[in-house]
Ligand binder design. Structure first.
Ligand code: ADP
Ligand code: MG
Length: 237
């Protein structure tokens, strides 16, 4: 069963009076538990596609179905709920709250969700900070961290609620290879243990090496889709 279904989606941006077609008739189904990589050159439409699936932007044409719900038919409130309870989004720009500490940034989605004691939240937040190797910076503000460290905070914040679907826009782009490797291991572990679905945009061959499927996007169109688990089972890799 698909957790994400993108159906004949196009997205145009307006740049002054010029139409910039970012996606053209894209269709893509992502099954529960996939670890799917989207690869493609800069400007090919990767971020646009993730933003549509993450319900932070709306398509010009076509449908985006997430967890069985047609996102165009949801109220603002229902969309907020979907983003809060089902989706974890690791933005390329991190989107951390500058006046909150690292700990508070990661705790924030748990506070919005409610239903946990302060102690339960603290345990979960510290476990995540530890897993991404940033626990010693828990009290710092994002502005006191390097780009790679901010990225790790953004990753912890996206994973803290155990979302069914994690969208990650080039999650290892600012990380050294050891930290990048640890983060891939952490995501792979969540994928295996909890069945979390991951959709990455990436140029990183190490992320692609773990992928269950590799989608190549060129000039706003899906150029190919390779299902790697099937290839592995068939002895093809
Ligand atoms: P990628 O993430 O693969 O680098 P993007 O999805 O960011 O690609 O961009 C796809 C295309 O859409 C590019 O041509 C880009 O310039 C254009 N684009 C992206 N965002 C906007 C925007 N807000 N306004 C106008 N054009 C945009
Ligand atoms: Mg991008």
């Amino acid at each position: 069963m698909s957790i994400v279904s993108v159906e004949h989606v196009s997205k145009d941006y307006m740049l002054g009076k010029t139409v910039v077609p970012a996606l053209r008739d894209v269709s893509l189904a992502v099954g529960k538990g996939e670890f799917l990589s989207i690869a493609g050159p800069s400007g090919s439409g990767k971020t646009t596609l993730l933003n549509l699936v993450g319900c932070v932007d709306t398509p010009t044409a076509g449908r985006v179905i997430v967890a069985g719900q047609d996102t165009a038919r949801l109220s603002e409130r229902a969309l907020t709920e979907l983003r809060l309870r089902t989706i974890g989004f690791i933005f390329q720009s991190f989107n951390l709250v500058s006046v909150l500490s690292v700990f508070q940034n990661v705790e924030f989605p748990l506070l919005l969700q409610g239903g946990q004691t302060r102690k339960e939240r603290a345990e979960r937040v510290l476990a995540l900070l530890d897993a991404v190797g940033i626990a010693e910076h828990a009290r710092h503000r994002p502005s006191e961290l390097s780009g790679g460290q901010r990225q790790r905070v953004a990753i912890a914040r996206a994973l803290v609620t155990r979302p069914a679907l994690v969208l990650a826009d080039e999650p290892t782009a600012n990380l050294d290879s050891e930290t990048g490797g640890n983060i891939i291991d952490l995501m792979k572990e969540m994928n295996r243990r909890d069945g979390t679905t991951f959709i990455f945009s990436t140029h990183d061959p190490k992320v692609m090496a773990h992928a269950s499927a590799l989608v190549r996007i060129e000039d706003g169109r899906i150029a190919s889709r390779e299902d790697l688990d099937a290839a592995r089972l068939a002895g093809g890799r």
